[in-house]
Design a protein around this ligand. Structure first.
Ligand code: IPE
Ligand code: IPE
Ligand code: MG
Length: 232
């Protein structure tokens, strides 16, 4: 029986671009290109399914270990996503925001992304959060350092006080975390925020992940019993 859990926020680890390409005898970067092309399709499908927040893992703090040519391709795709899709983002009423160590991102890519953030800031249908140069541990360490740089607090922090120092404090915790590409791991994504997220792993590679696949994940989510540690 389905219970229709509340589903406001979906986070996705968009994995499998490289394998998608390699299985077709293509360069890994072609997989990244197809993957980037899929973002707006899935964002639109999220809106149609009543989702208010979609957070996508685009580039991790560990992805800097990849070959420079692959990093350059990923950075250039992030820039072109932000410029070429700007009109569509606005037409679809999608607000773009970023989490991650954006200062580590090359200037031109950072500029394009921050321009999209600025030009979409009043949109309301969906908040699309792009995790770029993002690491869950880095986010926690950055929060601690922000706290340390403040005047000495007069009281001990609560969880909610601490969460105010995360990259986007107004972003609610994800209800559902999807990983494409079949690996059952978190890879340093949203460590603080996924404390009680429902996890859904699909073997489908990100470039093939379709609106139907999203709906399958949502209906699986609706069949879960969420207890948050209590009894039900
Ligand atoms: C995900 O695809 C995109 C990024 C990590 C930037 P991968 O590039 O990790 O693809 P696989 O996992 O090697 O197939
Ligand atoms: C996770 O995928 C990061 C992104 C999707 C951006 P990876 O391919 O980097 O993760 P691992 O290395 O398989 O854990
Ligand atoms: Mg991968």
């Amino acid at each position: 029986m389905t219970t229709e859990n509340t589903l406001n926020h979906i986070a996705i680890i968009m994995d499998g671009n490289g394998r998608w390409a390699q299985e077709r005898g293509l360069q890994r970067t072609e997989g990244h290109r197809q993957g980037a092309n899929n973002i707006l399709t899935i964002a639109q499908a999220a809106i149609e399914n009543g989702i208010k927040f979609l957070t996508l893992y685009a580039f991790s703090t560990e992805n800097w270990k990849r070959p420079p040519s692959e990093i350059a391709a990923l950075m250039s795709l992030a820039a072109s996503f932000s410029t070429e899709h700007l009109d569509q983002l606005n037409q679809n009423d999608i607000k773009v925001q970023v989490i991650g160590r954006i200062d580590d991102v090359p200037f031109s890519t950072r500029n394009s992304i921050l321009n999209a953030v600025k030009k979409t800031k009043n949109n309301r249908a969906l908040t699309l959060t792009l995790a770029i140069s993002y690491g869950g541990r880095a986010e926690i360490v950055d929060a601690v350092n922000k706290i340390l740089s403040q005047p000495r607090p007069s009281k001990r922090l609560t969880e909610s006080d601490f969460a105010d120092f995360l990259y986007q404090p107004d972003l609610p915790d994800p209800d559902l975390l999807i990983r494409t590409g079949g690996d059952h791991r978190i890879s340093n994504f949203l460590l603080w925020q996924i404390a009680y997220a429902e996890i859904y792993v699909t073997p489908t590679y990100w470039p093939d992940f379709s609106p139907q696949d999203l709906e399958k994940a949502i209906s699986d989510f609706n069949s879960r019993t969420r207890r948050f540690g209590a009894l039900k």
